[in-house]
Design a protein around this ligand. Structure first.
Ligand code: ZN
Length: 563
């Protein structure tokens, strides 16, 4: 793959000509042809944008990569202006119904949503927003923390935070948060600017505040704030009590009389389940797993391995993140991670590979919006793959397999209250865009008491003061992208329930539903896709109640003193 900076002047000219063709087309065939050419142009630009981002995240200190990332930070909003004209031409086309007939109504629905959240008037603010996001990434990647005689980045502290020795994990925990505490002002400054900018853009576009604009940017077509609010209440009702109960069990398991914040990462007194080999060994075992799982996954994983599309080793300067990107022109997914010897290494291989498998499965879909679904849908692909691969976890965990599964389900339960906390916090932030950093922290602390009532930070002033959210990249870089994980988790639990928990020959049928869902990419709205995959809506209270009940029963049936 060859990276070349796109010439926006040239591309812009071509783009405008094609949009004119789309507008003046006298037959649907020629309108359709112009539309396809426009999408090819979009894919080429996007291919270079993604490659620049991958390069930058691989080495955030490389001058050339920084320059290219900067170029896109500036030019993506200008390109969005071109795209916006395309969407406008599409939605007002006299052939609109023909387009719907050929591609389905989702294309027009997304176009309208994107137009709602964009105007050429906000290009300058969008550019600033991109630069601030890059600044946040850089700030986190800059962490050089002296620990046990060696300089380490944030992810390299994770294994120490899971140490069976309480003193070690406490020291690692304090070192980790010490970095955030030392850089508190810098983090606050970046976020202050982001919130102000986003509010300014929203007001310019005629919204009351950024919330509605944020939802439009996430392209939420068939659900709204009210439904999300009700979902959070359901989590409060069913998941918070269960997670408190599980934390008590965890406290007994690890043999402490009070569960402190630095104890949360360790599930068992003898230590968490860890993969029994290094990243290379993990990747090779992945080959066996995906080969046995299905013909489709076998083909996909070979493609990833043969084309060297996964970079999973931890290195200095590499961004502190894990992601899957799609490189359109090469019809290739790409996986980025920092494996560090914890059980999360395996979730890279299942979660990010779930995203990548979807991208690979829907690569024949005509345009970006269909090949790359909205995030709540995308997270179903990734989180469900974590469960559907349960029967192969022995390849990685050997004697610790049951321990891993137990801990994985526990973590999924622990996650939901935290997830909706992040969501509710952001609603508050954008409803109160003028709030001072201290007020934001105070609100975070209040919400922690509601959703994570077991939490005890001991003497850590920074965390007691409500600073924990600063490590959560989504809060900075992708506002309102967090509830998506929670909605998807409830969908993924349904795969666990059908394929793993009940079993009884349901596995094959569930896997078929899953593959069907991946192939459909983003060609329908979220709740339509949920239905298409034979799942029930995560917004239904009865669905959450039933699933949580099943999981609780399962966890209760396991003798956790064994681990
Ligand atoms: Zn994901």
């Amino acid at each position: 793959m060859k990276y070349e900076r796109p010439d926006l002047t040239e591309t812009g000219k071509e783009f405008k000509n094609l949009v004119a063709e789309l507008k003046t087309a006298e037959s649907f065939e020629s309108a359709d042809e112009a539309m396809i050419k426009i999408n090819n142009l979009r894919n080429s630009f996007d291919t270079m944008r993604v490659m620049a981002f991958i390069n930058y995240s691989l080495d955030t200190n490389n001058e050339q990569f920084i320059k290219e990332q900067d170029y896109f930070d500036n030019n993506v909003p200008l390109f969005a202006d071109l795209t916006n004209n395309y969407f406008a031409a599409l939605t007002t086309s006299i052939f609109k119904n023909n387009f719907i007939e050929k591609y389905g109504k989702q294309l027009i629905a997304i176009s309208e949503m994107v137009m709602k959240s964009f105007s050429p008037e906000i290009v300058e603010q969008l550019q600033k927003e991109n630069h601030l996001n890059s600044e946040y990434t850089k700030l986190k990647a800059s962490a050089k923390i002296m620990f046990d005689g060696k300089e380490r980045n944030l992810q390299e502290l994770d294994p120490y935070m899971e140490s069976t020795d309480r003193e070690t994990r406490k020291r690692a925990f304090e070192a980790y948060w010490g970095f955030f505490s030392d850089n508190k002002e810098k983090f606050d400054e970046v976020y202050d600017k982001l919130v102000a900018l986003r509010n300014e853009m929203a007001v310019k576009l005629g919204f009351k505040n950024f919330i509605e604009m944020g939802y439009a940017r996430m392209k939420r077509i068939d659900y709204d704030f009210e439904m999300v609010k009700k979902f959070r209440e359901n989590v409060k009702k069913y998941l918070v009590p269960l997670s408190v109960k599980l934390r008590e069990k965890q406290m007994k398991r690890i043999g402490v009389d009070k569960l402190m914040a630095y104890d949360l990462y360790i599930q068992f007194s003898k230590g968490n389940a860890v993969p029994k080999g290094d990243p290379e060994w993990i990747m090779n075992n992945g080959k066996i797993m995906y080969k046995e799982l299905s013909g489709e996954t076998a083909e996909f994983y070979d493609f990833m391995m043969d084309n060297d599309l996964m970079d999973v080793y931890s290195r200095k300067g590499k961004a502190d993140m894990g992601y899957c990107e799609y490189i359109s022109d090469y019809r290739s997914p790409y996986i980025f991670a920092n494996m560090n010897g914890t059980e999360d290494d395996i979730t890279v291989l299942t979660h990010e590979a779930g995203h990548a498998f979807q991208a690979y499965s829907s690569r024949d879909l005509e345009f970006k919006e269909y090949a790359e679904p909205t995030m709540e849908t995308a997270e179903i692909h990734s989180m469900s793959m974590e469960f559907l691969t349960y029967p192969w976890m022995n390849l990685f965990f050997e004697v610790d397999t049951d321990k891993f599964k137990f801990s994985h389900l526990n973590n999924a339960i622990y996650f939901l209250p935290y997830g909706v906390l992040v969501d509710e916090f952001q609603h508050w932030v954008y409803e109160n865009p003028k709030a001072a950093p201290s007020e934001r922290n105070a609100r975070w602390s209040e919400l922690e008491k509601v959703y994570l009532p077991h939490l005890d930070y001991g003497e850590n002033e920074f965390l007691k003061g409500g600073g924990r959210w600063q490590k959560q990249g989504h809060i900075y870089e992708a506002p309102f992208y967090y509830i998506d994980y929670c909605l998807a988790q409830i969908c993924a639990f349904q795969f666990w329930s059908k394929a793993i928990h009940k079993g009884n020959g349901e596995y094959k049928k569930s896997l078929e539903d899953y593959i069907k869902l991946c192939k459909a990419g983003g060609s329908k709205a979220f709740l339509e896709l949920v239905k298409y995959a034979n799942l029930e809506s995560p917004f239904e209270e009865s669905v959450m109640k039933r699933l949580v009940g099943e999981i609780e029963k399962y966890i209760d049936s396991i003798d956790d003193r064994e681990f």
